[in-house]
Design a binder for this molecule. Sequence first.
Ligand code: HAM
Length: 421
Amino acid sequence: MYQKIKGTEDLYGGEMKYWYWIEERARKLSLLYGFTEIRTPIFEDTKLFVRSVGQDTDIVQKEMYTFEDKGGRSITLRPEGTAPVVRAFVENGLITQGFPQKYFYIGPMFRYERPQSGRQRQFHQFGAEIFGSPSALADAELIAFVDRFLRDIGLVDFEIHINTLGDAEDRANYRQALREYYAQHLENLCDDCKARYERNPLRLLDCKVDVQYAEQAPKLIDYIGDSARKHYEELKSLLDALGIKYVEDPRLVRGLDYYNRTVFEVHHHRLGAMSAIAGGGRYDNLIKEIGGKDVPALGFAAGMERLILAIKAENVHVDDVKINEVYIAHFGGEEVKIEAMKLAQQLRREGIAVNLEIMERGLSAQLKNAARTGAKLCIIIGENEIEQDIVLVKNMETGQQLEFEKDFVVSGIKDLLAELE
Ligand code: HAM
């Protein structure tokens, strides 16, 4: 027997209702906020991610699915959605078409991480990117959008963390200060932190082992220049004015290198270690870096699997997917089968979900299958019914059977279903 690759999932059956629930709301809300969909390939030139996500990040160092294709190109399964969207934006000349431009996407991402609850090697993100606006208004709109989306899918038990990373120069000064501070503790740091000290000192603050050092470390906020500070203050006052709750988190630095100024992460209170359900921020230098012009940008992405865990943890009521309201059981000759098929088409045209018997079993097996698949009503057609121009309709819950004249069956079924709602 073959088995799925570690860290991947098969999605089917009762799980699908959560995916539909989230995806429908994500699409609807995105359009309502003026985002249009973009679908990029799931693999890209490896260099795109090295350049954007950053050579020294965990993603590029340890987590990418990189391989050589038969033409000798280095290909990487996308570990995130921002770099591909930026590439498409530049490559397709969208960059010349006026600002702002706003895009959303839903799709699989790939990271070679240690799988655990809420962390997979193939996972899915709903994300959105805004190109062109340097204003704190855009940051506030984006965070308001994320907040509204999470509430739309039924979540309340989450917290939005925000921080500012300042501008490049601010971060360079801060990196220097961190190095000086951590230099005194270098011998006592965990191995990961020793590597971070060399490569990516900001990530020292993220360490789960050496927490005590992070607490005493210099604070990024003290190194932020006037312009970035003003931007951050304006964002906060806009969020306050909109009534959007947030927590300032001076240690929030994010795991991708492209950010500047605003960064944010949403944590769900009931998810344990993998509590980040969404994250994002500004990346004003990335578009230029990837070959375009100087265009400010920002965005976010939410992890679909974690959203589903959060929905389950909060016991959100999620509608069932309508797959089988009516089962059509039939027994008899060719004429009966054709009648049954025609009736199925007729009901479906009216928007009623119908399962038609296609196994040609005996009636009792058909009724059993109608019950197994959750039909509310079962229509029964045999030779007798055809002769009399009627159908039998069984209420699967009460067992009650009704007779309908053929001409009234569609309206009768509609009325019955409305009563059962
Ligand atoms: P990220 O924080 O790396 O940001 O990922 C966003 C979200 O994806 C996380 O908050 C989490 O919910 C989910 N996620 C990440 N890794 C996994 C995993 N291995 N298993 C399950 N879920 C996971 C980005 O990807 C940025 N591109 C977001 C962004 C868009 N920034 C600006 N624009």
